[in-house]
Design a binder for this molecule. Sequence first.
Ligand code: DHB
Length: 390
Amino acid sequence: MTSNRRISILAAAAALVAGPALADDVVTVGLIVPMTGQQATTGKQEQAGANLYIQLHGDTVAGKKIVLEVKDDAGAPDVTKRLAQDLIANDNAKALMGFGLTPLALAVAPVATEAKVPEIVTAAATAMITEKSPYIVRTSFTLPQAAAPMAQWCLKNAIHKVVTLVADYGPGNDAEKWFGDVFEKGGGQIVEKIRTPLKAPDFAPFLQRVKDDAPEALFVFLPSGQGAAFMKEFAERGLDKSGVRLIATGDVTDDDQLADMGDAALGVVTTHHYSAAHDSPENKAFVAAFEKANAGMRPNFMAVAAYDGMALLYQALDKTKGATDGDALIAAMKGMSWTSPRGPVSIDPDTRDIVQNIYVRKVEKVDGALYNVEFDAIPAVKDPYKAAKQ
Ligand code: DHB
């Protein structure tokens, strides 16, 4: 053997011993989100939230190196499903995260079940999603969780006649039903139920109907990213000055878009689980670090859910001492509790949904910028859709 050859064999052997992390020491996490298309802001916020968790907590946990693979599904369920299959088969992914819309989360449920890989839903919010696979855990929220408290607030504040306007798919149907049922049970009247298309909605004709109905309030659910266009149309139709009070889930006064909504958004009351203005030391540190890492971008509820998705996975890996078996990880996640930037949270061991405070907020100017300022809180809210079935 030539001495050159001997040296290269020795070098190769040394690299094997001391070299880059062995495949067994790496935990690949697939973050599948829309980075392009109508829901691109969700992808941008989710990626930044997950990356910030790794930046602040290090990329190793229980002896494993965490590698985040971000994939763009452009909001198409068939693409989401194929990406999930590829991540598991080719990248040996041990957890999947993200899912910017309900149909995208649903497309992956059978893949998660078959491969026994945790599907951590950090965006989609139709209540029934977690029922579609025992491997689904959710750190975002559910629409019944956010919408039912809005109805209670109306009943307490002498609002009796409401029109509802929701995006016409899973979470919109949940919002319409849970706002409407709680409101009517408490003596309120739903004057009309309006549904708008999910894709590229033109709100003008729907808002004309609201004007004609002249209710005391208009309750709205639209997915993250549509709030600014809606608010613009609401103001252009003169509805902000018509005496119709705008109320919504916090998806509409989304922190990602709120700064650009203008004064038409002032005074809008919403119920939601996260505001960038949440007053806690954990949130102040989170917002400051997030803005620093992302050129001043303000985190929204998608960012915090992805941050918490990583928090949940890290804690589960700690508990399993680095074991990545899907059943062990899901068992570790059930009942897990921690302090999120949004406040105290836990994973309901029966439903694998997040239990969290729902805050009542009003859009106000703080130091010249619009924020959802919290003024009341309902503690430890479970998803009411599943609580009603138990
Ligand atoms: C869903 C998407 C959103 O952007 C949102 O704010 C709430 C729910 C969804 O598709 O489930």
